[in-house]
Design a protein around this ligand. Structure first.
Ligand code: AMP
Length: 211
């Protein structure tokens, strides 16, 4: 299955991608995660993308497309993949059309106010990457990961002013993708406001798969 997950930052794409990746045995390709890894390693790409990401802006299409082309050509994508955070512009979607076809495009719909609350309260373990939320107290309040004891941090781009910039970028540059895929008869919008489990059930239904 070749699946695209669309939605604002913080709409739950990563959480759903993680589950469906495991359940369907296909890789998730998250351009944001690839960039964060490159930045952590201090590679040339990491240095090139850092300023854009810290400002909440999109990384230029040529950099993103080079990474996607290489990643999709790998053996583990032969039986399908989940794209999380790509495409984010019409130009990227057109380029993707020239690389491969996709089966499903799911858009997770969450209002801006909820996105702001989700992102600014998000805490990430610097060691194992586990994600928490201050709303649920526990490790998020103590600042210590419940899994590995690592220190929890706020992602630089989850700071309130950057979150607002990312939302603005989403509405202006990425939301038009919904019409792009709607016109192709591929868009399946899903209410992304419930729990991860509620949303997982809705996605399962949209994909018409039994797992
Ligand atoms: P994410 O983890 O998907 O929210 O991505 C974090 C940041 O990486 C975004 O705010 C962008 O700066 C950058 N990024 C990720 N994916 C893309 C993409 N497809 N096109 C441009 N920039 C991207």
């Amino acid at each position: 299955m070749r699946l695209i997950l669309l939605g604002a930052p913080g709409s739950g794409k990563g959480t759903q991608a993680e589950y469906f990746s495991r359940a369907l045995s296909i890789p998730t390709i998250s351009t944001g995660a690839i960039f964060r890894e490159e930045m952590q390693k201090g590679t040339e790409t990491g240095l090139k993308v850092k300023n854009y990401i810290d400002a909440g802006l999109l990384v230029p299409d040529d950099i993103v497309l080079e990474i996607i082309r290489e990643r999709l050509s790998r053996e583990d994508c032969k039986n399908g993949f989940i794209l999380d955070g790509f495409p984010r512009t019409i130009h990227q979607a057109e380029a993707l059309d020239r690389i491969t076809d996709v089966d499903h495009v799911i858009s997770l719909e969450v209002p801006d106010a909820e996105i702001e609350e989700r992102l600014t309260g998000r805490r990430v373990c610097g060691s194992c990457g586990k994600i928490y939320h201050v709303k649920y107290g526990g490790p998020a309040e103590s600042g210590i990961c419940g899994e590995c004891g690592g220190a929890l941090t706020v992602r630089d781009d989850d700071k309130p002013e950057t979150v607002r910039a990312r939302l603005e970028v989403y509405h202006r540059q990425s939301e038009p993708l919904k019409d792009y895929y709607k016109n192709k008869g591929k868009l399946q919008p899903i209410d992304g406001r419930g729990s991860a489990e509620d949303i997982r059930q809705l996605v399962l239904k949209a994909l018409s798969v039994v797992i």
